[in-house]
Design a protein around this ligand. Structure first.
Ligand code: 5GP
Length: 198
């Protein structure tokens, strides 16, 4: 790690960190954010060892890496943060190359990462704008994940357990946006982005 904790590296842009339980409608909300909110928004593409889901594109949705390659890059110090998410052996991480050069160029870089990743990022960028997207309830989340139909019941139960834990951490975020009404949530996000100066 090249930057010391508690010190904000010089930057012209904004670092925006968005978390929220999987299935909270984050993906749809973020698509709308990129399309509608003003500002030079750019998504940081994370690296992961998990397999692509149908329709996911390497380099766009994630940089899909083999575990050996992920480990090698971790040892080289390529990651701003990286963690095993969901405790099933899949690693996810933010590459420094996705963040620092774009901040220096004045972009508003958006990280969509989990809670532990957010806490690690805040050690390096304490002024990062942190936003937690929450569903109305765990029951609503269960309904959405089940309707999506991409995972087994067991995998969904695991995600719900992570969601319960993550929602407890929501108060560590500067802003919380409840995704019960999509239009209202998008408007709120745009307002947060344009009113913040970090
Ligand atoms: P999914 O497998 O559904 O795409 O993502 C699973 C979880 O991994 C999400 O909660 C997402 O926020 C988290 N995640 C994605 N990329 C990163 C990353 O670079 N770092 C961390 N810490 N979490 C990530």
């Amino acid at each position: 790690m090249s930057q010391s904790a508690g010190h904000t590296p010089p930057q012209a842009g904004k670092l925006i960190v968005i978390s929220g339980p999987s299935g909270a409608g984050k993906t749809t909300l973020l698509k709308r954010m990129y399309a509608q909110c003003e500002g030079p928004l750019v998504a940081s593409v994370s690296a992961t060892t998990r397999r692509p889901r149908p329709g996911e594109v390497d380099g766009t949705d994630y940089h899909f890496l083999r575990p050996e390659e992920f480990r090698r890059r971790r040892e080289t110090g390529d990651f701003l943060e990286c963690f095993e998410v969901y405790g099933r052996g899949d690693w996810y991480g933010t590459l420094r190359s996705e963040v620092a050069p774009r901040l220096a160029a004045g972009k508003w870089v958006v990280l969509e990462i989990d809670v532990q990743g957010t806490l690690a990022v805040l050690e390096h960028y304490p002024d990062a704008l942190t936003i937690f997207v929450q569903p109305e309830s765990i029951e609503e989340l269960d309904r959405r994940l089940t309707a999506r139909g991409t995972e087994t019941r067991e995998a969904i139960e695991r995600r719900l357990e992570v969601a319960r834990r993550e929602m407890v951490a929501a108060d560590r975020y500067r802003y919380r946006v409840t995704n019960d009404d999509l239009d209202a949530a998008v408007a709120r996000l745009c307002e947060i982005l344009s009113n913040s100066d970090s």
